[in-house]
Design a protein around this ligand. Sequence first.
Ligand code: EPS
Length: 388
Amino acid sequence: MANIRYITSGESHGQALTGIIEGLPSNLELSIEQIDNQLKRRQKGYGRGGRMKIESDKASVLSGLRWGKTIGSPLCLQIINKDWENWKQGMSIDSADIGSISPVTRARPGHADLSGALKYNQSDIRNILERSSARETAMRVALGAVARQFLSVFGVSIGSYIIRIGNAEIQSLDETLEELFKKAEQSEVRCPDLSATNRMKAAIDEAKEQGDTLGGTFVVFATGLPVGIGSHIQWDKKLDGRLAQAIMGIQAVKAVEFGIGSKAAELPGSQVMDEIFYDKDSGYYRKTNNAGGIEGGMTNGMPLIIRAVMKPIPTLRKPLNSVDIISKEAFKAAYERSDVCAVPACSVIAEAMTALVLADGFMEKFGGDSLEETVWNWKGYVEQVKVF
Ligand code: EPS
């Protein structure tokens, strides 16, 4: 069982999203403003559609917090959907409102629409798309923002940046992760390179004009991690496996890799492994980080480097061929409105998922019911590793 458990609920056009997270120690100071800042970051990005003009996500805490600090009980968060005002009948919980809007019957290729309708025996695809929508990720970002605040006590910080959108890619940049992150935060597509930012925006404009959508690739990183989060002992304790599942579980993510990732297939072992050195002041170190900070399913003290791919959004203004699930006739897929590109948002969501996995790994490694106890255990371990 995970040390930190969480679950979300909510439909895209329903009343609200909720999330419950359990397993954090007591006495952790939480700033709601910091949660809202993360929510704001997720809503940005060149290429978002009309919905983001309606929403301005803010979290409220319903339980688990007293006078600004956790008390060890489950923390319950809520984000209201402003768009709910327009969907009160269409997404009503009351059977009296049946038929107040037409059903969605034309499945979008690449979405959960058809498989979900068949699996859950639904003749209105809305009953599938409302939950499969990436709207739900707003709550994951809020929960991740809680995990980030916990991790920051231990000096762990998490960031991300975009390296590709469609055919527009950045050149390799010789800067620190922190510098790349800082620059990415200034870019409308979260890309640290100005010329690539402009090429990415042009690619999004072109896709929009053509009624198409674009995916891309992003890097998520974490610094300040001690050696030994995760374990080689059992398949489900391996941190890279846990991170891969968490990030792959974000809507539209199609690939996740660590360090040099799939490039390792092309290179000989001598160019893949990170050689080990020792310095009497700073201890063990490596000159390269091809492993992306994980060896044997454990952190090795180097920065964690994850790369992930988001496919293009399946809701297209120029829809693809599909079938009406009632008449079985050939039709173009349904289109209401959509984002053209949500890769910048996806990278922020992946940061949140990374934070949740790392917070779970920290609680697994250091335990503790109060933050003081967790910090005490962590300090003892860091000292043990130092004198090893
Ligand atoms: C989404 C479709 C769009 C996106 C939505 C994800 O929503 P709508 O159908 O209301 O226009 O804007 O993303 C969000 C609402 C969000 O908060 O990120 C989909 O089908 O996945």
